[in-house]
Write a protein that binds this ligand. Structure first.
Ligand code: GLA
Length: 683
């Protein structure tokens, strides 16, 4: 679907968010526009959940209200993303097409009453989606205020019902062509699972005992592809109606993961993501960095932050207040890592409905609130930093020398049951790795297996359970060329059908790593095994013999005492390191920081992380921009050759960055700036 892969470069940072005017009357709309202008909002997203309002009865459209809202926005100079409302079919739809509702793995057929109640492969649902997308594109597709299409919302609703069964079988036929190939790939010779007819195959619905892992992962792949086909279909309708506006769908940053993001990204005109802090503590800031680095990786360039919560941090059972300072630091954090926008869910807080307590740019307290003042402050900031929107000629927004490999298949593989340790997740390993690098102040990219590795000195490979000879050759070529590869436990284990590579762990990466693993020694939930030189592992350990590698850390206790735990193998001009246990976070921090120092990967700004200041460089067409986000305590001094854009201060004379503050500095290079603690009495 993607047209020419050009970077998405708006005239100014997009600022605003989801606007759901169908909740209010025209008086409130007028008030909204006034406040949007006051806050310098330039973009809203309309219609995400407006299907019932737009099509109150099948085939009968009511767009007069939307015409009016768009007219008012346009008069005020505010652009809009138009959503296709297909994430929330109206009650008339599900009442008329009950077969288009989704079924859970346990067989429960869902009913309407919330949102996302649809079976993505149901023909009636797909037809209804095409119709409403086509109607909207016909009506608004060439509107001058239209910034782009927000197709659907957060694809990720899996279905296990009869329509899914039929389309899963079609997908399997396309993948395997004949049943012998499927039976072989799925090892159906075990437990008497051999299929003789395609129709015998089911989605992995509730069954007596453990599912077949190959069936499970194929169902995840199928679900991702099926949702992508539904996305593509809507984009096709939009294009057939003649609209040329860029199309995107908002990915959800994975705490769960239902998409193969690399393939999805190539179908987006610009990749967009929704990001919600998952922690009220300081790890929230590491989470912003993680989400942004992942999204920049998928986008391979600039991207859009489509939603964040302006005023709240929602955890499983309570919503904490997000301070104004945190909202601004986070918003600039996304931009520092490549976002072209600061968009939120939602503009005005709802008074009723399921999300009435969700944060908003205009909270229940209204215009006089500190939250709205923060909205206005952010709007002012964004207008001052627009010069960085164009990426540099080489397209690289970050100067990272380290890349983490991201692989949805391996995420899904680790979710299959009956692994030696089912408590391990791909997410924890990737996130823990990224967190360590973030804490050390080191810039990190995210890449897919087989990606271009130019410019990287280190590639970190967390739990790459699913491997191929091609992946192994790609990593070897990187190491041979002088790079450092750091591979974690649970990598190289299995082929794409989750069949284990025999002859010793880590299977397909054994030769690269110069080791052979004979057995896995899983640790108990609260067990910690000490390694030499003060680091420790949890959850997993392995009995490894060296086959060319040397040991960097041995196990210092337990059944593996004296045996290698972390190894290093010289490969051509570079090396491949294996970490055979799940290092606890402190150990991981220490280990990765030491490795980075050893190979000469420096933090973005020396001394910043120690002061609680996050330093990020965003490369632009004309200059580099150093973002300083002060998450710590106490004022710090900043000086050097550069101009701070929010205050227009030339830093030769130095400036003070207060706790909670932000600075955006135009620099020739980050090392032109010095950061230092304030000496008592200095301020
Ligand atoms: C998602 C959705 C929004 C809203 C927010 C709440 O990101 O896209 O509609 O429900 O979550 O955090």
């Amino acid at each position: 679907m993607k047209g020419t892969p050009v970077a998405y470069v708006p005239e100014s940072f997009l600022f605003g968010g989801d606007y759901n005017p169908e909740q209010w009357g025209e008086d409130t709309w007028r008030e909204d526009i006034r406040l949007m202008r006051r806050a310098r909002v330039n973009t809203v997203t309309l219609g995400v959940f407006a299907w019932a309002r737009l099509e109150p009865r099948e085939g009968e459209y009511d767009t007069a209200w939307l015409d009016r809202v768009i007219e008012m926005l346009t008069e005020a100079g505010i652009g809009f993303f138009l959503a296709t409302p297909t994430a929330s079919p109206p009650p008339w739809f599900t009442a008329r097409y009950p077969d288009a509702l989704n079924t859970r793995p346990d067989g429960t057929l869902l009913a309407h009453g919330s949102r996302d109640t649809y079976a993505v492969s149901a023909p009636a649902y797909r037809a209804a989606c095409r119709r409403i997308a086509g109607m909207l594109a016909d009506r608004y597709g060439d509107h001058p205020g239209l910034r782009g299409w927000h197709v659907h919302n957060e694809y990720g609703t899996l279905d296990y019902g009869p329509h899914a069964a039929a389309s899963f079988r079609r997908w399997l036929r396309a993948r395997y062509a004949d049943l012998d190939a499927l039976n072989d790939a799925w090892t159906t010779s075990f437990w008497s699972q051999r299929y003789d007819e395609w129709d015998e195959i089911l989605p992995p619905v509730a069954t007596q005992y453990v599912h077949n892992p190959a069936q499970l992962i194929d169902f995840r792949r199928y679900s991702s592809d099926e949702m992508l086909a539904a996305f593509d279909e809507q984009v096709r309708e939009i294009r057939q109606a003649g609209s040329r506006a860029p199309a995107t769908t908002n990915f959800m940053l994975p705490t769960w993961n239902h998409l193969e993001q690399w393939s999805w990204a190539s179908h987006q005109d610009v990749v967009s993501v929704d990001h919600y802090l998952d922690s009220n503590g300081p790890d929230g800031e590491a989470h912003v960095a993680y989400g942004s680095d992942l999204t920049r990786g998928w986008a391979d360039g600039p991207w859009l932050l489509m939603e964040q919560n302006p005023t709240g941090v929602i955890t499983s059972d309570r919503t904490y207040t997000k301070s104004a300072s945190r909202m601004i630091r986070n918003s600039l954090g996304y931009i520092a890592r490549g976002s072209q926008s600061s968009l939120f869910f939602q503009w005005r807080a709802s008074v009723g409905g399921s999300e009435q307590w969700h944060g908003a740019l205009v909270p229940h307290a209204g215009e006089g609130s500190r939250a709205f003042a923060a909205t206005c402050e952010l709007g002012t900031h964004l207008e001052k930093i627009g010069e960085m929107l164009s990426p540099p000629a080489d397209g690289r927004l970050s100067a990272a020398e380290v890349a983490i490999v991201w692989h949805a298949d391996s995420w899904w593989a680790l979710e299959t049951p009956h692994l030696p340790n089912d408590s391990l997740t791909y997410r924890d390993e990737v996130r823990g790795t990224h967190r360590s690098l973030w804490r050390a102040g080191i810039a990190t990219d995210v890449i897919g297996p087989g990606a271009d590795t130019t410019g990287y000195r280190v590639i970190v490979v967390p739990c790459l359970y699913v491997a191929t000879p091609e992946f192994a050759a790609w990593l070897r070529a990187f190491a041979e060329g002088g790079g450092t590869v750091i591979v974690s436990y649970l990598s190289g284990i299995a082929d794409e059908s989750l069949r284990i590579a025999t002859g010793g762990y880590p299977g397909m990466l054994r030769e690269l790593l110069g080791i052979v693993g004979e057995s896995i020694e899983v640790l108990a939930p609260d067990e910690r095994v000490r390694l030499t030189e003060g680091i420790a592992g949890t959850e997993w350990s392995e009995r490894i013999a060296l086959e060319g590698a040397t040991s960097l850390h041995d196990y210092a206790e337990g059944v593996l005492a004296g045996l290698p735990a972390v190894t290093q193998n010289r490969v051509g001009a570079g090396e491949a390191i294996y970490v055979s246990t799940k290092l606890d976070q402190d150990s991981r921090d220490a280990f990765l920081a030491a490795q980075m120092a050893r190979v000469g990967v420096a933090p973005v700004l020396a001394g910043a992380a120690e002061l609680g200041v996050e330093a990020i460089v965003r490369r632009g067409a004309a200059a580099d921009y150093l973002f300083l986000l002060h998450h710590g305590e106490g004022a710090v001094g900043v000086s050097g050759r550069g101009t701070e854009l929010l205050t227009s201060v030339d830093l030769e004379g130095g400036t003070v960055l207060d706790a909670g503050g932000v600075a955006v500095i135009r620099v020739a290079r980050a090392s032109d700036i010095v950061i230092a603690p304030m000496t008592p009495g200095e301020k």
